[in-house]
Design a protein around this ligand. Structure first.
Ligand SMILES: [Zn+2]
Ligand SMILES: [Zn+2]
Length: 252
C-alpha cells in the first residue's frame, strides 16, 4: 500500500521537521502504508526542508519515504513550473489543475467562479487544462483529475465526451492518475476520479497511484476502504511507484 500525495507543511500549518514527518509515518505504518510520498504544494517550495526529509527517511523503519511535489498547473506559468519541478531531488512530480483562467475552483470560502461561468463551459475549460497538464510532459502523475466536482456543481449537459477525450490525452501522455481520497472529505463525498472516469482510464491501461491528500497526520490513508474497493471493482491490481523518477509497481 502507498500514500503518494500528502502534505506535511500543508498550507503553512506546520514546519517540515523530522518529528512532524515521523508523526505522519507513524499513522501510515498503523494503517498499512509501506511507501509514503510527501508532495507539498509548490508555493511552499522554500519551506521544504530537504535535510529533515532525508533524516526522517533514514530513521523511518517500516514506511519508506519518497519526495515529490504538487505543481499547480497554470498555462503561461511554464517558467515557474519548470523551476519548481526540478528544484529538488524528487522521486516524482505531480501536476494538478486547481484553476480555470488562473482562478481557483476549489476554494470553499469563494465559490463565485461557479456563478461567473456557465457550468458546462467551466467544465470544458477545466478539462482542457487537465489535458494540457498531462500532455505537457512535465509531470509523472496527474493529481485529482476531476477536482472540478468538489462542491457538487454539475452541468446539465452530458460531459462524458469531455471525459473520454481527457482519458485519451492522459493515456497518450503516459501520465499516471492519482486516485485521491480527499474528495470523500469534501461536499462531493466521493473519490477523485469518479468511478466512470476511472473506468475510462482503466480501459486505456492508465496506471494509478493511491493517495489521501492528507493535510494533517490523522488524514494519512483516510478513506482507503472506499478507494481500495473502487479500484478493485474496476479491475486494478497494482499501483505505480516512483524512485528517483523511475517507475515501478506494487501489488494492491
Ligand atoms: Zn491539489
Ligand atoms: Zn494536494
Amino acid at each position: 500500500m502507498i500514500d503518494y500525495h500528502l502534505h506535511v507543511i500543508a498550507h503553512g500549518d506546520r514546519p517540515m521537521t523530522v518529528e512532524n514527518i515521523l508523526e505522519y509515518c507513524e499513522v501510515a505504518r498503523a494503517r498499512g502504508v509501506r511507501q509514503m510520498g510527501i508532495t507539498e504544494h509548490d508555493r511552499y517550495l522554500d519551506e521544504i526542508d530537504l535535510a529533515a526529509f532525508q533524516e526522517a527517511r533514514e530513521i523511518s523503519r517500516d514506511v519508506e519515504l519518497r519526495l515529490g511535489i504538487e505543481i499547480d498547473f497554470v498555462p503561461g506559468a511554464e517558467q515557474r513550473m519548470d523551476h519548481d519541478a526540478t528544484a529538488l531531488p524528487y522521486d516524482y512530480v505531480i501536476g494538478s489543475v486547481h484553476r480555470v483562467d488562473n482562478k481557483e475552483i476549489d476554494r470553499a470560502t469563494d465559490q463565485r467562479i461557479y456563478d461567473r461561468y456557465e457550468t458546462y463551459d467551466l467544465y470544458a475549460a477545466y478539462y482542457a487544462n487537465v489535458r494540457k497538464a498531462a500532455l505537457s510532459g512535465r509531470f509523472e502523475v496527474l493529481g485529482h483529475p476531476d477536482l472540478i466536482k468538489i462542491f457538487g456543481h454539475f452541468p446539465q449537459r452530458e460531459i462524458t465526451p469531455i471525459l473520454e477525450e481527457t482519458a485519451d490525452a492522459v493515456a497518450e501522455s503516459g501520465t499516471v492518475v492519482d486516485v485521491n481520497a480527499a474528495g470523500l472529505r469534501k461536499p462531493i463525498g466521493e473519490v477523485y476520479p469518479s468511478a466512470d472516469f476511472l473506468k475510462m482510464f482503466h480501459r486505456r491501461g492508465v496506471p494509478i497511484i493511491l493517495s489521501s491528500d492528507a493535510h494533517a497526520a490523522d488524514q494519512v490513508a483516510l478513506g482507503y476502504d472506499t478507494s481500495l474497493a473502487l479500484v478493485h471493482d474496476i479491475g486494478y491490481r497494482e499501483v505505480a511507484t516512483f524512485r528517483n523518477h523511475e517507475q515501478g509497481t506494487l501489488p494492491l
